[in-house]
Write a protein that binds this ligand. Sequence first.
Ligand SMILES: [Zn+2]
Length: 369
Amino acid sequence: MIRRCYGRQGTKSIIVNAKRASAKAQSEVPASAKISAKAVHTALTNAQSRSLDQASAKIPLKTRFLDPKRAVLTLCLGLCLAVSSCAPDRAATSPPKAAKPKASLTNSVAPPSISIAAAPSQAAPNPAEARLTHAKAAIEKAIVPAYAEKILLAIDKDRAGFLDLLAKVEAERSTDPDRFLRVDKSGLPLSEAFVPADLLPLDRTRLSRSKDGMVLRKAAIDALESMDDAARKEGLTLLVSSAYRTYAYQARIFARNVQELGEAAARRESAEPGRSQHQLGTAVDFGSIDDSFAETKASAWLSANATRFGFSLSYPKGLETLSGYRWESWHYRWIGPAAAKLENRFFEGLQHNLMLFLERYFAAARLDS
Ligand SMILES: [Zn+2]
């Protein structure tokens, strides 16, 4: 209590208050016990070098006002106690202050300074410019230079359009992060336990299906039905041939392909378990699931219209070195209309590069939060 009081008031104010208190005390004691200002100063100087707790405890009550030095010490002690007794009232009206961590701890846990928003201390920060800078940095780090240069050029031609679509993707990702997971040969594989929570059967829909028992995520089904309606109006049928696959099912497919084709060919044709987009519950295979599908009207229609409904061709023609898989004209992944537009307008229609970018963009943003 004493130390707390002493620290708040400071030495100077204690001396002043003690002098006043001493004068008051002297008026209440016999003249023979009154002390001079010099004696007060001397007593305070001595007292500052000792513990006030100890000094007070050693003074018998009956002699406190008889010895000048002791009288000063006692009065100082009384003042300090009086101030301390007010502390609970302040505490009741002011929120308690959090204990400040030691400087060394603060420095050791500070996150890397990767900001989407500019630092508050910077003059007139422009959030749009800061996000654009952050996005460009993510593109340069995540995507090989030959592609990154073209993407950055496209962005510079339509910055507002890019930021608008990116903002929509950010909003959608905040409620559905799985939709934008990068699932390919080089990223982190999905675990065996990864199963989308909102899978629904396609059997209850009006979609054309090559078999029963297929399921997809609800949002993907809604988009697929809208796309199917549009195709039907033009006299086309979109036959759904494969949808969600479990980790275990993908493991069986891959093992069978290795056995029939050899490991190298199996890796071109199919994904290892945990690396199939079908496990996300948003990927669909259409038609014959072979190259003959590319010759159909349905394939041409999908190529021209799938983006409008949020579907993206995962493995385009001639880009096996980028995606890791040979061309699959039948395999589409639903990522939502905003992301599909972002991919088409700024990422040359390459889902692989879009996902590399989004993964980097959001990973850096997490470090900042
Ligand atoms: Zn597929």
